[in-house]
Design a protein around this ligand. Structure first.
Ligand code: SF4
Ligand code: MG
Length: 354
């Protein structure tokens, strides 16, 4: 059983004076226990909307799916109270912008300790006196189990001086330290899944590499799965076990990272990969440029949304996207009319950029 199994997800944002905006349509996504799964695409591809649908944090949107199971249970059948527990206890989120996600007037140790008390398994007698002390005197006592756990977690995520950092406020820390604090805080509730939306995008390349290494260690150590949302295929190559490629609200291709990088099947994936030598991270952290731009959600062509940019497009591409297993299996699926079941991977020739 997959940890997270989503089938045929559609998310639409109703608009009062215009056509509704179909943000994602027909998205399948499976995340297995303990894996790092990359969800990759350009901005506007629907990857962040897909991520937020897992937290049920899409106010005002219409969400439908054939299946939306977490540990085999329908997340969308849960009450809001159950969801509040699940967010933090079971599924935690790490955002790109730690500075706005963290509380500016609380030390980071206090913030992590709070997550530990609310969502973790630390047993701390929450008597009236310690509650009052927390609120009005000096914050969590430095000997409280939740504080010790916060310091441990800071050390776990690679903070060199965890005692000092725990007593710091977010603005006193570097961008890289804050991102590590966010990850420590996510771990505070012992989640099974961390949804990380572009967690390293704002950081420089060396700091990013250190944090990505840390994420890989955490997966092994805590058996936590990470859904890593990124626009950078270099990050995927370095970090992920499996990958799902999205374009214009739909999944284009998915498979193991090795399978997809060695034998990309979909013309869109091939276009993204062609400027990344041997799966190395792209220098500027950006995706390769594919001529043209993605269609507006309200103006997608029928059939394959990549049709207007695809060098291999032909008549059948206006038919609904198929779902073809390619490259001998291992869950490698390409949604493209170039293939029929079991076909070889074919050639797509890209014109060199002018
Ligand atoms: Fe190109 Fe057609 Fe495949 Fe879409 S379905 S990627 S337009 S060949
Ligand atoms: Mg985004």
């Amino acid at each position: 059983m997959s940890l997270l199994a989503i089938e045929d997800l559609a998310v639409t944002f109703p608009v009062e004076d215009g056509p509704d905006v179909p943000a994602v349509d027909g998205v399948d996504l499976q995340v297995e226990t303990g894996e790092i799964h990359g969800l990759v695409g350009e901005s506007g591809s629907g990857k962040s909307v897909t991520a937020r649908s897992i937290m049920r944090l899409l106010d005002g949107a219409e969400v439908s799916a054939d299946r939306f199971d977490y540990r085999g249970e329908d997340l969308y059948a849960k009450s809001e109270a159950e969801m509040r527990r699940i967010r933090g206890d079971d599924i935690a989120m790490v955002f790109q912008d730690a500075l706005s996600a963290l509380n500016p007037v609380m030390t980071v140790g206090e913030q992590i300790a709070e997550v530990v008390r609310h969502h973790g398994d630390v047993d701390e007698s929450a008597g009236l006196l310690s509650e009052l002390r927390r609120k009005y005197v000096t914050g969590t006592s430095k000997s409280a189990p939740s504080w010790r756990r916060a310091v441990d977690l800071l050390e776990t995520v690679g903070i060199a001086d965890p005692e000092d950092v725990a007593t710091s406020y977010p603005h006193q820390l570097s961008g890289g330290q804050r991102q590590r604090v966010m990850i420590a805080s996510a771990l505070g509730g012992d989640p099974s899944l961390i949804v990380a939306d572009e967690p390293t995008t704002a950081l420089d390349v060396t700091v990013e590499a250190g944090i990505l290494d840390e994420l890989q260690c955490l997966c092994d150590e805590f058996d936590v799965a990470i859904l890593l949302i990124t626009h950078d295929l270099g990050v995927v190559a370095e970090t992920c076990d499996r990958v799902t490629v999205m374009y214009s609200g739909s999944v284009m291709e998915r498979g193991t990272t090795d399978g997809l990088f060695e034998n990309p099947a979909h013309p869109y994936t091939k276009g993204l990969l062609r400027s990344i030598p041997e799966g190395a991270p792209s220098e500027d952290g950006q995706l390769a440029t594919i001529p043209g731009s993605a269609p507006e959600p309200t103006e997608r062509p029928a059939g394959c949304p990549f049709r207007d940019r695809c060098p291999a497009a032909f008549d059948a591409c206006s038919d609904p996207l198929p779902e073809h297993v390619v490259d001998g299996g291992e869950g490698h699926v390409a949604r493209c009319h170039l293939y029929t079941e079991g076909d070889d991977l074919g050639e797509v020739t890209w014109e060199t950029d002018a």
